[in-house]
Ligand binder design. Structure first.
Ligand code: 8X3
Length: 250
């Protein structure tokens, strides 16, 4: 059975994707910062599923390479990487943005994705096979007001998705992205630093995507025939037309 490694697996799209792959019987490597949440997630898996937890912050380069480089034998052959870890911090005009927020978004969404990919690639290259799924965003396709640095980080994911696909094309490793629009997860709670009222309003007045919707799409992306690669998929709630146009009933 294939082995999948998922970053940011403790919540949101990462968690739903882990559950989806567990239902499909894959071996799972769950990466995140919250050990309790990952242990609780493991408890939801069917009993036949093998899973392994790695606790690291994708910003910590040394930890990323140490942990992915020293996986137990049964998990060391990674077939699928889901680069899901990513956050937004703040939603302010550029002139009042917080520099620590900027650092966090660029370090997690861009550099963290690069570290994990670099750590996973050697095994895929040895076998000339593998599949990297990058979780981008509609924010990486169209900038919205006050999105500035978050959007820049997701534009970078879009560029890296294209760059990885070009550079790895001859190796047999597939690369593709899914770019979700408004998805009801803890995303806005993190963006608004625990202001639940403000976060909740983002998802009011329409039916947002659910993490399970994206998880099912990721499962589809990895189960198409070998000669098919879903290179770049943008997915929005039916009520969303663009990064800035959402048909809300207030
Ligand atoms: C998540 C989508 O529109 O909240 O990346 O930025 S959005």
């Amino acid at each position: 059975m294939k082995t999948v490694i998922i970053t940011g697996a403790s919540s949101g799209i990462g968690r739903a994707t882990a559950l989806e792959f567990a239902q499909m019987g894959y071996n799972l490597i769950l990466c995140g910062r919250n050990e309790d949440a990952l242990t609780r997630l493991q408890e939801e898996f069917p009993s036949a599923v093998s899973s392994h937890i790695l606790i690291f912050d994708v910003r910590n380069k040394a930890e990323v390479f140490e942990q992915i480089g020293n996986l137990p034998n049964t998990f060391s052959r990674i077939d699928i990487l889901v680069n899901n870890a990513g956050n937004a911090h703040g939603l302010e005009p550029i002139q009042s943005g917080n520099i620590d927020d900027w650092d966090a978004m660029l370090d997690i969404n861009v550099k963290g994705l690069l570290y994990v990919t670099k750590a996973v690639l050697p095994g895929m290259l040895e076998r000339d096979s593998g599949h990297i799924i990058n979780v981008g965003s509609t924010a990486g396709k169209e900038v919205y007001p006050n999105g500035n640095v978050y959007c820049a980080s997701k534009y970078a994911v879009d560029a890296l998705n294209q760059g990885m696909r070009l550079d790895l094309n001859k190796t047999g490793i597939k690369v593709g992205a899914v770019n979700p629009g408004l998805t009801k997860t803890g995303f806005s709670d993190v963006r608004f630093k625990g202001d639940h009222d403000r976060a909740g309003k983002v998802y009011q007045g329409y039916q947002p995507l659910l993490p399970e919707d994206i998880a099912r799409i990721i499962a589809f992306m990895v189960t198409v025939p070998a000669h098919v690669n879903i290179a770049d998929l943008t997915v929005m709630p039916a009520a969303q037309a663009s990064s800035v146009v959402v048909n809300k009933v207030e």
